[in-house]
Design a binder for this molecule. Structure first.
Ligand code: SF4
Ligand code: SF4
Length: 386
């Protein structure tokens, strides 16, 4: 059903207001953000996937592409309607923008007199506009904020990168087969944490976006354009698209007392069965937008003049991750798989006050063995004796 566009005189819009945009106006808004000094980071097609990278504007978005996902499988497919955001989520998450895969903590340089100097790089700041952020991804950012920013030991590198961020979110209307955010309460509709939130409409006759203003910065950017204020009918149509997406979601998790169910089933034979399939490749933790674990390594050059201490993403699937004096604590694949899942879906709640999974489905899609966290939880629940 067409929702209609009619340009009206410029009227002041405020937080909570909604406007209707044409694609050329959205392009203009992205250009305006660049004009304000933001680096645009958004979805783009590269290496046969939709990834997040710096984009120059709307022309770099994955226009006319969608993704087809299932356990252990991801491929792009053309879509004829020219949608800008007609896909679910790819292998990248915004985690890499704020919690960098590798940072240098300090570097030591030997001096001629036998001593050495230490150079500690200042945390890098950035002014970034994230384009096309999904509800599950906003939930993941909130979780990482709680871990890396809001606790007693804030990470200065993460804090510097989170300081100046403009978020253009997108309500999800194309859930993937591996998505289950609706059951986790993290999507598909965007509720907070954005400056502008878009719902895309593409039909045979029109291509429009309903834009909700989430902040004063969002209102300021939109104020530069003679946009059409959305009607009640258009707002209801946008909400219906997101609700329909929730109904079409490929998977779900029963989160009722999942924390307790997993905690009392640590000896369930299912852990061994799944571990027998698991390759320990760490893909699931690398693509997960909430996993935050790191390891610190010391490197020296061949001349012995410099030594560098770096911090890199690590994974609890790696045997060395739990290494302490005398060996690794988690020696079996079973203990490592169980650690990952029970941390996400059980013990995380005690540490951070929420579950550690936002239902994005990446770990299912990018697991080469197609191990499905939703199926694993269901199997443990089914075998729960209580
Ligand atoms: S555990 Fe899997 S589904 Fe949950 S947030 Fe991480 S990658 Fe997404
Ligand atoms: S992606 Fe799959 S195979 Fe690889 S470590 Fe994770 S669960 Fe195991």
């Amino acid at each position: 059903m067409p929702i209609g566009y009619q340009e009206r005189p410029l009227v002041p819009l405020d937080v909570g207001d909604r406007a209707i945009l044409r694609p050329d106006q959205l392009s203009g808004i992205l250009a305006a953000l660049r004009g304000r000094g933001y680096t645009l980071l958004g979805p783009t097609v590269r290496d046969a996937a939709i990834i997040y990278a710096e984009i120059a504007g709307a022309d770099d978005l994955p226009v006319g592409w969608t993704d087809v996902q299932s356990p252990g499988s991801y491929r792009l497919a053309a879509r004829p309607d020219g949608a800008f955001f007609g896909y679910s989520v790819g292998p990248h998450s915004w985690k890499a923008t704020f919690h960098r895969p590798e940072i240098t903590l300090w570097q030591a340089e030997r001096q001629g007199d036998g001593g050495f100097t230490i150079h500690e790089p200042a945390p890098e700041t950035s002014r970034v506009a994230l384009i096309g952020v999904r509800a599950c991804e906003l939930a993941a950012i909130r979780i990482q904020d709680r871990v890396l920013l809001d606790g007693p030991f804030a990470d200065p590198h993460y804090a510097a990168r989170r300081r100046d961020v403009f978020v253009v979110a997108v309500n999800c209307t194309e859930p993937g087969d591996t998505c289950f955010c609706a059951s986790m309460g993290t999507g598909p509709g965007v509720e907070s944490g954005f400056d502008l939130a878009l719902t895309e409409f593409v039909t045979d006759t029109e291509h429009l976006f309903l834009a909700e203003i989430g902040s004063g910065a969002g209102a300021e950017v939109l104020a530069e354009w003679p946009v059409d204020r959305a009607t009640h009918g258009q707002i209801a149509a946008a909400a219906a698209r997101t609700q329909a997406a929730a109904q079409r979601m490929g998977r779900s998790v029963d989160t009722r007392d999942v924390k307790e169910v997993l905690a009392r089933n640590l000896e369930n034979p299912r852990w061994e069965e799944t571990a027998a399939r698991c390759l320990g490749c760490t893909n699931c933790t690398q693509v997960c937008p909430t996993c935050f674990c790191t390891a610190v390594h010391d490197l020296t050059d061949l001349s012995g003049r410099t030594a560098t201490r770096v911090r890199q993403w690590d994974s609890c699937f790696d045997r060395s991750f739990s290494y302490v004096h005398g060996g690794s604590v988690r020696r079996s694949g079973m203990s490592r798989y169980r650690q990952w899942l029970t941390h996400k879906m059980s013990f995380w709640a005690d540490e951070f006050g929420s579950l550690g999974c936002v239902g994005c489905g990446r770990c299912i899609t990018w697991c080469p063995k197609g191990i499905d966290i939703t199926a694993e939880i269901a199997a443990i629940r089914a075998a729960d004796p209580s």
